[in-house]
Design a binder for this molecule. Structure first.
Ligand SMILES: Nc1ncnc2c1ncn2[C@@H]1O[C@H](COP(=O)(O)OP(=O)(O)O)[C@@H](O)[C@H]1O
Ligand SMILES: [Mg+2]
Length: 380
């Protein structure tokens, strides 16, 4: 009876977990009391502007830095005091840091060859071949790394991390050095690779499109704090504040002062005296009267009609004039200037424009949206 280990039978939900983690560098609070959990096998991203603490968060997982307060758990175990080479994670850096004097095989096998006891040569070769196949570069082993394209070098960097068979791969802006087209290709490759190998990926990026298109879950950071985390859809549809709405996708903000609120709606008055109403996010408390708030409407939720056309009275409508139209194939992007609320971006699908050719700069128009398409958001 006494031989049964209790801890080994504990079911653990998270592969990576932060509990109240803070990291200070002298006066700088790089990571400020963060708690989060990343599920096993998930594609998770830290998203935020430069300096918000993304790299530091990864380094705390990798063990290159230690928390000033709080604990990091990997696979349900606290990793306090566990050195980085004993953690089942591997990091792929912003600069790939491949060894230029080594060929592809040597670069990928480097980590294994450093292990003590040193694995047999045949074993290293076998693992290198397997890993090359994983990143679809079989046959490239003898090439010099400088002979390879940016995308191939990226895959070598991934292979070098994957050969250690980590349970979690940490990726610090791994695509930042690539041009736009290659970046898109690599995003798809990374997603495919993650599904194939089935391990947890934690990506750091300041590129919202990248985070949105790749991740199961995103954690949006600002100044060392988590502002909101959730699925891309949740962050897009239910941002908790203006910062998140602005970071995730494009949004129009109609700024003003709160003049009235109910349990579900808030009305905001612009400087010019126009009043707009937005819905409160589920569970949010209404901002106080007279405080600053914004009504946020996504560009694709707005429709345009001729100024003199009769409008569906259930919708919220404001008058404006077309400043610019950019034809983008499937849809057109309009910039409409309004009197009370500044310039408004509208994404109009081709399907609803086909009968009237859309609108031209100078046209007077009415823009409108359904009441539930407008969210009221505070600044913080
Ligand atoms: N080793 C360090 N010493 C002092 N300050 C640091 C160190 N590493 C990071 N910082 C500071 O911590 C903050 C967060 O940095 P970082 O995690 O690199 O941000 P991000 O990766 O989001 O750009 C920044 O203000 C940065 O200057
Ligand atoms: Mg960074």
């Amino acid at each position: 009876m006494g031989l049964v280990s209790q801890s080994s039978t504990t079911e653990c939900e998270f592969d990576i977990e932060f509990r109240g983690v803070t990291k200070r560098f002298d006066d700088i609070v790089a990571v400020d009391d963060i708690s989060l959990g990343v599920e096993r096998g998930a594609f998770f991203s830290f998203l935020g502007p430069s300096g918000c603490g993304k790299t530091t968060s990864l380094r705390l997982i990798a063990g290159f830095d230690q928390p000033t307060e709080g604990k990091v758990f990997i696979g349900g175990e606290s990793v306090v005091g566990v050195p980085s080479h004993k953690r089942p994670v591997n990091m792929v850096f912003q600069q790939y840091a491949l060894f230029p004097h080594m060929n592809v095989n040597e670069n990928i096998g480097y980590g294994l060859r450093q292990r003590r006891p040193k694995p047999a040569k045949q074993e290293v070769l076998k693992r290198v071949d397997e890993t090359l196949e994983m990143v679809r570069l079989s046959g490239y082993g003898k090439r010099r790394v400088w002979e390879l394209s940016g995308g191939q070098q990226q895959r070598i960097a991934l292979a070098r991390a994957l050969i250690n068979r980590p349970t979690c791969l940490l990726l610090d802006e791994p695509l930042a050095a690539l041009d736009r087209k290659l970046r898109r290709e690599m995003q798809i490759e990374l997603q495919t690779l993650q599904r194939d190998v089935g391990i947890t990926f934690i990506l750091v990026t300041h590129d919202q499109e990248e985070a949105l298109s790749m991740s199961d879950n995103i954690c949006i950071m600002r100044e060392g704090k988590i502002i909101q985390s959730g699925s891309p859809r949740k962050l897009y549809d239910e941002p908790v504040n203006k910062y998140v709405a602005d970071f995730v996708g494009k949004t129009n903000f109609f700024n003003g002062e709160v003049v009235e609120s109910t349990d579900v709606t808030v009305s905001v008055k612009s400087d010019s005296g126009q009043v707009l109403t937005g819905m409160l996010i589920k569970g949010a408390t209404a901002p106080a009267n007279k405080s600053k708030a914004s009504v946020a409407v996504r560009p694709e939720m707005i429709s345009i009609s001729a100024a003199d056309a009769t409008n569906n009275s259930a919708n919220i409508a404001i008058q404006g004039r077309v400043l610019n139209r950019i034809f983008l194939g499937e849809h057109s992007e309009y910039l409409i200037t309004t009197e009370g609320f500044g310039d408004v971006l509208v994404l109009s699908p081709k399907s609803i424009e086909s009968n009237n050719q859309g609108f031209a700069p100078g046209d007077n128009v009415s823009i409108s949206w359904k009441p539930d398409a407008a969210l009221v958001l505070g600044d913080t």
